[in-house]
Design a protein around this ligand. Structure first.
Ligand SMILES: [Ca+2]
Ligand SMILES: [Ca+2]
Length: 336
């Protein structure tokens, strides 16, 4: 099938009213095939992966005006030619259907950037080269999806609906924009929209203070745990990889609770560590189970068991017989 020749040679120089336009609205140069118009229906202005077929075909429609009415021209051969970007088309030509519509499939070239495809024909009557319109497309290189409101990996989905810290193409504060907090931060309040909070090191006071009763001991009768210290590199920011929650029992014992604050919870158990020598032999165990309730508060349950023997001058060895302790405490960071 060929393009329609002029309907009447006597008035064959009718100016064509090829109203071609690309999908982005640019008018397209027409040609001089009488009475036939061709317009871009859809498929121009697409963005696709380099070297891959565009998701949508390119579609044109051939029409003519008969007694003032525009109708589709069926069985009209239309040719497609890549003129920029080095891509290819599937068939190269297509026949219009009963509505005058023809489709072609376009694979973009290997480089990122502009691609162009012309709709062409050779006038069967005059032998003239006709270019009816140009489709444009942009080739891009697929990249890993990030939270930016753009379909980076070209899978048809913008960002990823399963990312709790990505909303409206923007990452929540102190997050990776997906499901993780930035290093040094925790989602302490469990609210995704405000992102992750910074856990603050330093000295934390606890309420109530822990008091162990050791009635067998004549000196240092009570042991008090009044503060915890979060061991942090700068005392203002806790390392995400190595946190230690330490407490001092008077000045003779310390217990350290290593924890990785990958969640808002922390906990640990172990042996008490003597921190000086004062003639008192100290052994004991601890278990701590807690959670941060904000960047500057926590709640925890502490179990302490201490066995101690004091070598009291003039008296000799005395057994402390401390009573085991099980207590819930609330911690809050001292200062800003
Ligand atoms: Ca995507
Ligand atoms: Ca994205």
């Amino acid at each position: 099938m060929t393009l329609h020749p002029p309907q009447s040679p006597l008035i064959g120089l009718v100016t064509l009213m090829l109203v071609l336009s690309s999908a982005c609205g640019n008018p397209v140069e027409n040609a001089s095939l009488p009475e036939i118009s061709l317009s871009v229906v859809s498929g121009s202005g697409q963005t696709g992966a380099v070297g891959a077929e565009l998701p949508q075909p390119v579609v044109v429609r051939v029409t003519k005006v008969v007694r003032g009415v525009t109708i589709g021209v069926p069985l009209q051969l239309v040719n497609f030619r890549v003129v920029r970007g080095g891509g290819s088309v599937f068939a190269g030509s297509a026949m219009t259907d009963l509505q005058g519509v023809a489709r072609e499939y376009w694979t973009l070239g290997p480089e990122a950037g502009a691609n162009a495809l012309e709709v062409r024909a050779v006038d069967p009557a005059t032998g003239q080269k006709q270019v009816y319109g140009t489709f444009e497309a942009t080739g891009v290189i697929p990249r890993p999806e990030v939270c930016n409101g753009v379909d980076d990996n070209l899978d048809g989905t913008v960002d990823d609906p399963t990312w709790s810290y990505c909303s409206g193409g923007a990452a929540a504060p102190n997050t990776d924009g997906k499901n993780s907090c930035s290093a040094g931060y925790l989602d302490l309040n469990g609210t995704a929209t405000d992102g992750c909070e910074r856990l603050v090191g330093g000295t934390w006071g606890i309420t109530p203070a822990l008091t162990m009763s050791c009635p067998g001991l004549l000196i240092n009768e009570d042991f008090r745990v009044e503060t915890f210290t979060l061991d942090a590199p700068s005392r203002t920011q806790l390392s995400i990889t190595a946190g230690v929650l330490s407490a001092f029992v008077d000045f003779d014992l310390r217990f350290d609770v290593p924890f990785v604050p990958s969640t808002e919870s922390f906990g640990g158990s172990g042996a008490l560590v003597p921190v000086n020598s004062s003639g008192i032999s100290l052994t004991g165990t601890f278990a701590l189970d807690g959670r941060f309730t904000s960047p500057t508060t926590f709640e925890a349950t502490l179990d302490l068991s201490i066995d101690l023997t004091a070598n009291v001058p003039g008296i000799g060895l005395r057994d402390g017989n401390c009573e085991d302790l099980h207590q819930t405490v609330t911690g809050s960071r001292a200062g800003a």
